[in-house]
Write a protein that binds this ligand. Structure first.
Ligand code: NAD
Ligand code: DAU
Length: 356
């Protein structure tokens, strides 16, 4: 085996941050397989364009022949699997692609990984790892006074997206239990940071606040999410990949629970600070409460004690410092934002928000 990791979905938000993190922090080579859907963006990887350790392949994780040929040609020592359809609202409007990529795609990767892993020499077999990147949404929704989710919580996914990720998690677990494939799984809370596509709450709010457009908040805005800066998630994943126990699941979170109204208000205040205009109204007045998301989960919170106590990971950013860095990054990357927010993006905003 080579000191190479196959990363799927490495042109998306977290995947591209992970590729940059890995190349910046180690001597590992990265083989990056991504279909480049609307959410994939090669510009996220501009800074490693000339790095010979990074190789990009445009392709679908459901294409088993392609995946097989990549295993054969590159002999990776592991796989970190991000590729997915990731937006809950899109899964409500069109679940089919979520079933295909998130469930069938994960199955295809597991089958091809198993075939590759089974023929490895014993010493390499012990070293190989399949790290599946999943979400807190598989556990369902918490009541206000419930303790955060632990790895022991029962699965109760509520959206087609969450259900597709839960199905994939079960397949990953079964491949360890039945075949002994050295799988690892991580379930993480909401990420934010550079390169997130502006269909998600934080970048959408930054973009609309910058442009003084209405900022849509679903329902009463009191739904709670547990926010984690993306680089902290990347560090957690590297820790799990290197030191996690095969067959185990690790919850990852920022211990940073915020209501959506708190999040968008803080962003408006930060954008006012970075783009001051004494003659204009405060941007918080742009907030517009709109029809709720169907089946909207009320609260998520993650208990990351297992990862902290067993593997020594802890986040470096808090929500205040991470959000300030994030707003600064978006305002400084006008070109990136204008590329991703043209064409198909405008169509999505029309479908999702008009008449809401
Ligand atoms: P994203 O939507 O930004 O990126 C997904 C990437 O996968 C894109 O580059 C896309 O082109 C690629 N992709 C989609 N279908 C593919 C296919 N069939 N074959 C190959 N590539 C394909 O997603 P993200 O927010 O970076 O999330 C990455 C992973 O992390 C997902 O598995 C998601 O469930 C999980 N996750 C996300 C969060 C979050 O807050 N964003 C939190 C926890 C877990
Ligand atoms: O919890 C982890 C999950 O976080 C990941 O698995 C998903 O891939 C990721 O998309 C994210 O899911 P959410 O649905 O929590 O993220 P989103 O940014 O879409 O929404 C965050 C909260 O803000 C949620 O309560 C819905 C609300 N919201 C969202 C949008 C897009 C609004 O109020 N207005 C909006 O316009």
């Amino acid at each position: 085996m080579r000191n190479c990791i196959l990363v799927t979905g490495g042109a998306g938000f977290i995947g591209s941050n992970f590729v940059l993190f890995l190349l910046g922090d180690s001597d590992i080579a990265v083989l990056n397989l991504d279909k480049l859907t609307y959410a994939g963006n090669l510009h996220n990887l501009d800074s490693v364009k000339t790095d010979p350790r990074h190789q990009f392949v445009q392709g679908d994780i459901c294409d088993r022949e392609l995946v097989r040929s990549l295993f054969e040609a590159h002999q990776p020592r592991g796989i970190v699997h991000f590729a997915a359809e990731s937006h809950v609202d899109r899964s409500i409007l069109g679940p089919e692609e979520f079933i295909r990529t998130n469930i069938s795609g994960t199955f295809a990767l597991l089958e091809e990984s198993r075939a590759y892993w089974e023929q490895l020499p014993e010493t390499d077999k012990k070293k190989f790892r399949f790290l599946h990147v999943s979400t807190d949404e598989v556990y369902g929704s918490l009541q206000p006074n419930d303790p955060p989710f632990t790895e022991q919580n029962q699965y109760a996914p509520n959206s087609p997206y969450a259900a597709s990720k839960a199905a994939a998690d079960h397949l990953v677990r079964a491949y360890h239990h039945t075949y002994g494939l050295p799988t690892l799984a991580s379930n993480c809370s909401n990420n934010y940071g550079p390169f997130q596509f502006p269909e998600k709450l934080i970048p959408l709010t930054i973009l609309n606040a910058r442009d003084r457009k209405p900022i849509p908040v679903y329902g009463d805005g009191k739904n709670v999410r547990d926010w984690l800066y993306v680089e902290d998630h990347c560090a957690a994943l590297k820790t799990v990949l290197e030191r996690g126990r095969p067959g185990e699941t690790y919850n990852v979170g920022g211990s940073s629970e915020k209501t959506n109204v708190e999040v968008v208000t803080t962003i408006c205040e930060l954008v006012d600070e970075f783009l001051p205009d004494a003659s204009a109204r405060p941007r918080v007045e742009l907030i517009k409460f709109v029809t709720d998301r169907p089946g909207h989960d009320r609260r998520y919170a993650m208990d990351a004690n297992k990862l902290q106590s067993e593997l020594g990971w802890k986040p470096r950013e808090n929500f205040k410092s991470g959000l300030r860095k994030t707003v600064e990054w978006y305002l400084a990357h006008e070109q990136w934002l204008s590329t991703v927010s043209s064409g198909a993006y405008r169509e999505w905003i029309e479908v999702q928000y008009s008449g809401r």
